[in-house]
Structures are given as C-alpha cells and as structure tokens.
Design a protein around this ligand. Structure first.
Ligand SMILES: *Cc1c(COP(=O)(O)O)cnc(C)c1O
Length: 455
C-alpha cells in the first residue's frame, strides 16, 4: 500500500458475518443483574416478559465468542455498511501533530448514528418471535429514529417515549420518526402509571432517559405481544455494535496499521464497547499495549465521578438492577446538548473493564466540545454530533500531547454520528449562550444516598 487513502471502505463481502462477544474473553465477568424483589441473580427466563427470547439469550450469554449475524440482518447492513475508516489528514495538518489520526464514521445513514446497527438486530428478533409491537425510549432522538427505520423495514409497530425536553427542542427528529410510522409520546406522560407518578411529584420536569425507560418498560409489560428494546447499556447492544470494531480492525490490518489509543464517547457505552471489543480482546488475550479512553460530559460523569454499585437502570425503579458505574438512578442530569450522553449509568461490561484498570475515562465541558466540533467540521467537512465531538476533543488532546513529545502514535476514535438535528445547540454555541453545568459533590450525594442497598 503506498499512501493510505482518506476514506477506506471494506468491500461488501468483507463486512463481518459474526458479532464478537467480548465477555467470552474477559478474565472476570461483570457481576450478574439482580431481580430487585429477591436480590437473586436474574435467570434468562426472568427477562422474557421484557425482552424477546433471542435477545434475552444474548444478554445472558457470556461464553459464545462469535455469534452468526442472520442473513436478513446482513441484508439491511449492506444497505449502509461498511462504514468508512477515515484518515484525518486535514486535522493532523491543522494540529501539526506527528500522530496519525483515524476515525470510524457511523453517521452515513438516515438515523445519523451507529444506533441503527443494534436497532436492526433487535427488531429482526422481535419480528421473528411473532411479536406484534415494540416500545422504547429515546433521549436525543437518535435511537428512536434508528428504531423507527428498522421497524418500518421489518413492518413492526413502534411506540417511542421521547424525553420531553428533546421532544420540544427537536421537532424534526419527531417528524423523521413519524415518517417511519412511529407513535411518538413525550415523557413523562400520563399514558403510564410511572409517568403519572413522576409528573405528580415533579410537574415541571423536562424528563430524563431514566424516566422514559420506566414508561416504555411498563407499556411493554402491560401490552399483549409487546416487548421493550433498549439502544445502549445492555450486553446485547454492545454485542451488535461489535460490528464497528470488527470492521475497523480489519480495515486497519489491510492498511498495515494498528491503534496505540482507541477513543470513544460514552453515554450508555454501546458505541465505545463495540469499537473497542476486538482491540480489547487483543489486550486481554495477547497482552497488546493498546490504550482505551472513554469520554463523557462533565455534566453527567458516570465513570469519572460515579460509584461502582448495584443500581436500577431507570428512574422509576422498574428494571432489574445492574452493577455499574452510576450517578444514581435518581440523578437527573442538567440539560446538555449531548442528549445521547445524558444517562446516569454505564454498560456493566465497560464498568467492569474500567474498574479492573483496562480502560481510562475523561470528561469535558460542552463549550470545549463545541469548540472542537466546529474546528472538525471545517477541516474534515463532516458536521459532528455533539456526542461524537466528545471523542474528537479527546483525540485532539492526545494528538497535541504527541506534538509535545514527538511521538508518532496511531489514534483511532469513533465518530458516532452527524449533528444536523443539533443546530439549536450549534446556534447557542455561536451566539455565546452555551453554558457549562458541572454537578457539585453535594448534588451527586443526593442521588448516591438513594442507591439501593445491596448486601
Ligand atoms: C446515542 C449516541 C451516543 C451515545 O450512546 P452510546 O450507547 O454510549 O454509544 C453517542 N453518539 C451518538 C451520535 C448517539 O446517537
């Protein structure tokens, strides 16, 4: 290979035909999910009322290393995959860094993010089981959009509980979902008991992902033939997102490259978990010295300031409990433009890896993030999502360190999506109206004090 191209695409038949299950190679497993009533570890059957069977199975499967991707899913993957691996030559030049910067761009589909990779899989299995509808929550709107697309493709009716502040701020997201026939409900709503209760206690709330999850789970358990699907955090979602890392690793191998550092933004952890999976395998199994960095907003710092504890996955406390880095399920993060990163917890797999020292984490304030988002847009010509821009910020910081030390590190980061539905945020930034909110230790303590007591 002479010069490495700007954009590198695998061929269609180089798209991976199996997902990779990182748990099969972890030295220690994440702690099991618990039934909140009995505090007993959950069994696969306990999940059947909430999730469809195949997904419940994937959730609990910590031993099957590679899982075949069904042909029907591959057919839809081929519509928008492989995603490009891009060499950020222009950004490198701008930063005058000796580092080589690569990014895997997942924004090349209508949903504008990586979330479609798991949406397609989850809808496929629900349809195959003969379910008649599914329900979910969406924060910033990307997951709801991705799922609407997948549901329209497989013809399965969908109800989306959309966090109220996003519902009001992002009317076009709602319109896209409606284009794909989804029924979009602002959350909290009075269509569920838990929504009514949250509204009674806090009538002016602008909602949170945690509350929307509670509503969607209630809807799923009370509606015949309906199940709940979730766009992040869960083991099954990280499994589906491993396609990102598998493609990236194959592409880098063909180019004769291997990353020294892999960086991703972390909301619930699915894109990061998917991107790092095969590289983390190399670190765990072969001892490769690759470094991993999770990037989160300073307003919602689950890894950097959270506690590693059992907690509910939702505000309404209707879900099973997971051992994870959490700010407490009662923590409602302040409004932040990276809506996809506003979640109190973190994937149990990533939490475990972070706890065991396999991964680092950093956090940034949103004004700093938008500074690099606008720089990136100008030099690389892609308008990044605010969430993705957290990873850009960290990649730039690492590249600038290389400028100081002269090290020619190879940096790979995940560019999870585009920011076309975030223009209100960009406008706030341009007009100097964007503010940074960092919770105080006292703010955090309020929600920590309400963590469930698990002996
Ligand atoms: C949802 C979302 C994220 C964060 O979710 P993870 O599960 O942590 O990956 C990041 N970027 C974009 C564009 C998103 O839509």
């Amino acid at each position: 290979m002479t010069k490495i191209p700007y954009r590198f695409y695998l061929t269609e038949d180089q798209i991976p035909k199996q997902w990779y299950n990182l748990r099969a190679d972890m030295k220690e497993q994440p702690d099991p999910m618990l039934n909140p009533a009995t505090l007993e570890p959950l069994k696969e059957e306990d999940l059947y009322p909430i999730f469809c069977k195949e997904l419940a199975h994937q959730e609990m499967d910590s031993t099957t290393r590679y899982i075949d991707i069904p042909e029907e899913i591959l057919e839809m993957y081929r519509v928008y995959r492989p995603s490009p691996l891009i060499r950020a030559y222009n950004l490198e030049k701008e930063l005058k860094t000796p580092a080589k910067i690569y990014y895997k761009f997942e924004g090349n589909n209508t949903s504008g993010s990586h979330k479609l990779n798991s949406a397609i899989a989850q809808v496929y299995y629900a349809k195959k089981q003969g379910l008649t509808s599914i329900t979910t929550e969406t924060g910033a709107g990307q997951w709801g959009t991705a799922l609407s697309e997948a549901c329209a493709y497989f013809r399965l009716p969908l109800t989306v509980y959309m966090v109220k502040c996003s519902y009001d701020q992002k009317p076009y997201r709602k319109a896209v979902m409606q284009t794909f026939d989804a029924n979009v409900v602002p959350s909290p709503s009075n269509t569920t008991d838990v929504g009514k209760k949250i509204l009674e206690e806090n009538p002016d709330t602008t909602g949170s992902l945690g509350c929307a999850i509670s509503e969607a789970v209630e809807k799923a358990t009370k509606t015949e033939g309906c199940r709940y699907v979730l766009g992040s955090v869960l083991n099954q979602v990280l499994l589906h997102q491993s396609i990102i890392g598998l493609e990236a690793k194959t592409a880098m191998e063909i180019l004769g490259e291997y990353p020294d550092i892999v960086i991703g933004c972390a909301g619930g952890g699915s894109n990061l978990g998917g991107l790092i999976a095969p590289f983390m395998r190399d670190k765990i199994v072969d001892g490769k010295p690759v470094e991993f960095i999770a990037v989160e907003p300073a307003s919602c710092p689950s890894l950097t300031r959270g506690k590693y504890a059992y907690d509910f996955c939702d505000t309404g406390r209707v879900t099973p409990m997971a051992k994870m880095y959490t700010l407490g399920s009662g923590f409602i993060p302040s409004a932040n433009h990276a809506g996809g990163l506003r979640y109190h917890g973190m994937s149990p797999i990533l939490s475990k890896l972070y706890h065991d020292g396999y991964m680092k984490a950093v956090s940034y304030e949103q004004t700093k993030v938008f500074e690099v988002a606008t720089l990136f847009a100008k030099v690389e010509t892609i308008l990044p999502a605010p969430e993705s821009s957290h990873a850009i910020k960290c990649a730039i910081d690492e590249a600038l360190k290389c400028r100081e030390t002269g090290e020619e590190k190879t940096i790979l980061f995940g560019l999870t999506g585009t920011g076309y539905f975030d223009m209100a945020a960009y406008s706030a930034f341009h007009e100097g109206k964007m503010q940074d909110y960092i919770p105080t230790d006292d703010d955090l303590k309020i929600a920590f004090d309400k963590l469930p007591k698990v002996p």
